[in-house]
Design a binder for this molecule. Structure first.
Ligand code: 5RP
Length: 215
């Protein structure tokens, strides 16, 4: 599987153009992208990072990390996913970086998603859907999730996001209308963000493997 992740990450380099500030996601697939990006570091203007983990890796390669508030809109965002459907809608947040990932995706003209074949699904929801919550709202949000979705929220105990918040993972979902579910869950007070990327899906998906698929 890590071979497929590496191939997807390296393929995404073809979307990087000279002078760009590149939005960079989080995870093991993105780590391969960052390692490949290092070879181009003198040709890009820098990177906007979605997590402390990716920031460290970018800096270890000598790639300048720029604040999103100073970068303006980004031409390109490259990130992985936990699930991806044919419409390029995603479940993300397995690495608990969903909120910053969502912000950078929204700020970017093109979102290139890099996955291995195991991430492809017909219906999103097999992977428990991450939701970042303000700590004091955890129980309230969990009760609302049960009432609204019928899924089972499980607190990812011990995990604190880069924003100082907690994560609930919703098990047992079959997400037939991802835009509606994303919109509804976003309305619950105490929800910071939902790991559904349906309102702003990927623009391009690269599936690594023996033969690389791009759609
Ligand atoms: C982190 C994410 C990652 O993109 C997702 O978990 C996929 O990770 P990996 O590339 O390690 O399989 O959403 O919050």
């Amino acid at each position: 599987m890590s071979q497929a992740k590496r191939l997807a990450g390296e393929k995404a380099i073809e979307f990087v153009e000279d002078g760009m500030i590149v939005g960079v996601g989080t995870g093991s697939t993105v780590a391969f992208f960052i390692d490949a990006l290092a070879a181009l570091k003198h040709r890009i203007a820098g990177a906007v990072s979605s997590s402390e983990q990716s920031t460290q890796r970018l800096r270890s390669h000598g790639i300048e990390v720029i604040e999103l508030n100073n970068s303006g809109p980004l031409p390109l965002y490259v990130d992985g996913a936990d699930e991806c459907d044919r419409q390029k809608r995603l479940v993300k947040g397995g690495g608990a970086a969903l909120t910053r990932e969502k912000i950078i995706a929204q700020a970017s003209a093109k979102f290139v998603c890099i996955v291995d074949p195991s991430k492809q699904v017909d219906v999103l929801g097999r992977f428990p859907l991450p939701v970042e919550v303000i700590p004091m709202a955890r129980s309230l949000v969990a009760r609302e999730i049960v009432a609204q979705t019928g899924g089972q929220p499980v607190w990812r105990e011990g995990v604190i996001t880069d924003n100082g918040n907690w994560v609930l993972d919703i098990h047992g979902l079959a997400i037939t209308d991802p835009v509606a579910m994303e919109t509804a869950l976003n309305q619950i007070p105490g929800v910071v963000s939902v790991g559904l990327f349906a309102r702003r899906p990927a623009d391009v998906v690269i599936v690594g493997g023996e033969s690389i698929t791009i759609f």
